[in-house]
Each structure stands twice: as C-alpha cells, then as structure tokens.
Ligand binder design. Sequence first.
Ligand SMILES: NC(=O)c1ccc[n+]([C@@H]2O[C@H](COP(=O)([O-])OP(=O)(O)OC[C@H]3O[C@@H](n4cnc5c(N)ncnc54)[C@H](O)[C@@H]3O)[C@@H](O)[C@H]2O)c1
Length: 259
Amino acid sequence: MAGRIEGRTAVVTGGCSGIGLATVRRFVEEGARVVIGDIDDAAGEALVTELGGPEVVTYVHVDVTSKEEVDALFRTAKDTYGSVDIAFNNAGISPPEDDSILDTDLDAWRRVQEVNLTSVYLCCKAALPYMLEQKRGSIINTASFVAVMGAATSQISYSASKGGVLSMSRELGVQFAREGVRVNALCPGPVNTPLLKELFASDAERAARRLVHVPMGRFAEPEEMANAVLFLASDESSFMTANTFLVDGGISGAYVTPL
Ligand SMILES: NC(=O)c1ccc[n+]([C@@H]2O[C@H](COP(=O)([O-])OP(=O)(O)OC[C@H]3O[C@@H](n4cnc5c(N)ncnc54)[C@H](O)[C@@H]3O)[C@@H](O)[C@H]2O)c1
C-alpha cells in the first residue's frame, strides 16, 4: 500500500539518523513531502539527493534548542510546500554523562532537558499556528518507554525529559482535540540505532540487563518505529489523540519475561 499521506507536508527533526531517518524514508514512500531538521548537514544534503530532490525533500540545518531556528524550520515547510500537516518532533540525545542522579551534574542535566524537552515545546509552539489555521494536523512527539517505567540503570535527566514530553503531548492533545489537531506521544522501547549503540558500546553488561526485560528478546529496528509513526501521522489513527503509544516489544506489559 502506498499513498497513505499523499500530498501532506511533514517536518521531521532528527531525520538524519535512526528512528527519524527511517521515518523520513517511510513518509516519502507514502507520498509526503518532507522537511528534515537536523545538525548533520552532510547526511541531510545527501538524503535530499537520494530521496528525489527538492520537489520531495528539503534539508534545513536546525539546532532544536534554538527558537529562531525551529521557527524557521516550520516556516520553510509552509513556504516550500504550502502546508504543515505532520510534525514528528523526534530529535533527542542520550549522553553518557547523564547517569545516576548521584553522578549527573547540573550542566549534563540541563543539556538533556534542552535538547529532549525544550525542543519539543519549541517545535509544537511553531507547528500549531499552521495546523490550527488549516484545522488539520498530526503532531507526534518522541518520548520513550522510560516515561512510564522506572529503570534501575538510570539516566535521570533523560527519563525526566521523556516524562515531560509525554505529559506535554497529552495536554496538547486534549487542548486542541476539537480543532482538528491531534497530538500523540510515541514511546519506543529500545531501538537498534546509533543512540542506543553508543550508549551500550562501552557497557555490554548494561545492554544485556536491558534485553532481559524485553519479552521479544531483541531490540526494535528503526523501521518498526517508522511504521508506528506513519500510523499516527495518517488518517488511519483519526480517533487517537493525547495517547501514550507504546511500541516496546512487550516491556511495559511484562512481569516476568520468557528466557
Ligand atoms: N534508540 C532508542 O532505543 C530509543 C528509545 C526510546 C526513545 N528514543 C528516542 O528516539 C529519538 C530518536 O533517537 P534515535 O535512537 O533515532 O537517535 P539517533 O542518535 O540515531 O538520531 C538522533 C538525530 O537527532 C539529531 N540531533 C541531535 N541533537 C540535535 C539538535 N540539537 N538539533 C537537531 N538535531 C539533533 C542527530 O544529528 C541525529 O540525526 C530520540 O528522541 C530518542 O530519545 C530512542
């Protein structure tokens, strides 16, 4: 099946890698025009060429912590393709200096809050006026399964930032439900992306500890998240808003996992 978001304009932050990249590819396959906002200029420019040129994909250098740059990203989507129909606010970081609260200093805490949480506030604030004017829009914010479950292997600022993304998405979904704009939070389980590989590369024991809790016994592939995002972006999810959309291989449903 193709054309599930035919003619729609989507903005994807963090679209040069991992979940964002798989989603950009999926959105293009399904007929959308996509504006990628990222800081990886080489990858971004290469993607424009690979995916069909500026008729289909535009790359914008955006640090998602900058209000001016985020505003310009959404303005580019409107000016280039005529609408802002889908916002996948997905860029995020998971740096090793964010660890147990006992070891995480204030600078590390603040950096993660800025990139993971303040960015989503800025992206929603920039996208909403276009969507409200159109009386149509789907916002998908990337939270995480750690927004709903505690981990003994802690990354304190990351978990707190994702909790913030989840409750902000819920509140926006409720506030704008009667105005044609849906807002949902995607809560992925662990996904096989550079972010996760970087985190676990130095610590095999930590990776194994995570895997024990996944009933499916494996990490997700980015394409499996992209399919979930596509569903939330398309009209197939038309009665869903303010939702905690867990795509986690069964983690949040498990008490004891099979060996
Ligand atoms: N990988 C996982 O296991 C997992 C699980 C749950 C949630 N998530 C969340 O999914 C999202 C995507 O993660 P991923 O695993 O695909 O990561 P990734 O590292 O593969 O990709 C992240 C992208 O964001 C971009 N980026 C980083 N900082 C930026 C900034 N300041 N401004 C603009 N772009 C920036 C990077 O250049 C990169 O292209 C993140 O929000 C992450 O927290 C990931």
